[in-house]
Ligand binder design. Structure first.
Ligand SMILES: [Zn+2]
Ligand SMILES: [Zn+2]
Ligand SMILES: [Zn+2]
Length: 237
């Protein structure tokens, strides 16, 4: 009986060691920085061998919480204030342009259009210049979780740069317009949900996630200003 226990103990220990060894071979993430699981040296993207200690590694992408769209807690806070102001008929004038936005916005939605997919531009409806009509946050694809270190997305981002350079050269040679719009649509489609989406720019070279953040801030700011005004008004609560 004793030797059975001893043997099974050894097996358990070996299995545990095996797990540890397999674990050790992985890339370790320190935020967005990939480190060697053995010597903690910083790794190049998709490194399968560490340049410092020469040992082989398993490259595994990681995820982080999205910093670009609204989480439940913030959204609930925003909507609570909005509902209070909504009781006023009609809605305070500065909030009118954001009415549809506040009605539609949800967790993981594109913060430029609020998740409608469309915006009003010069009195006409147009596809959202950030999510291109998809409605979800471009950084996390609506999941609130952004993938870091994905090889496909990394390659796509470099290809995108090459494509842009080629399109520019073609434009100069043939005098044809750059047709950047098609490129932006394709880029957003390919990189949505990956950290590489942070570098996506619009036709004017502006980062589309910055545009979304600015619009969300403007909506929040207006809401808070109106709320404060109401609280200060005579008879306000
Ligand atoms: Zn190493
Ligand atoms: Zn949008
Ligand atoms: Zn997001």
């Amino acid at each position: 009986m004793k030797w059975v226990l001893f043997t099974s103990g050894c097996v358990v220990a070996l299995v545990a060691l095996g797990f540890l060894a397999v674990d050790e071979r992985d890339v370790v993430w320190e935020g967005r920085k990939p480190l060697c699981g053995y010597c903690r040296a910083e790794l190049a993207h998709h490194a399968v061998v560490c340049r410092e200690c020469n040992r082989s590694l398993d490259w595994r992408p990681t995820t982080e919480e999205c910093r670009w769209c609204l989480e439940r807690k913030d959204l609930d806070h925003l909507l609570r204030i909005y509902r209070e102001l909504e009781k006023e008929e009609p809605l305070p004038a500065p909030l009118a342009p954001y009415e549809a936005y506040f009605e539609a916005i949800d967790v993981g939605a594109c913060t430029y259009c609020g998740g409608i997919g469309m915006v009003m531009e010069n009195g006409e409806q147009a596809a959202c210049p950030v999510c291109r009509g998809d409605k979800r946050c471009v950084a996390c694809a609506g999941t609130r979780s952004v993938v870091i270190g994905d090889d496909g997305a990394h390659r796509r981002a470099s290809e995108r740069e090459d494509e842009r350079v080629r399109a520019k050269v073609r434009g100069v040679v043939t005098d044809l317009p750059l047709n950047d719009g098609v490129l932006v649509d394709k880029d957003v489609e390919a990189l949505r949900g990956y950290v590489e989406a942070e570098d996506l720019t619009d036709l004017h070279g502006r980062r589309i996630l910055d545009l979304a953040r600015e619009r969300m801030k403007a909506a929040f700011r207006t809401l808070h200003e109106e709320h404060t005004k109401r609280a200060k008004a005579p008879g306000g609560s």
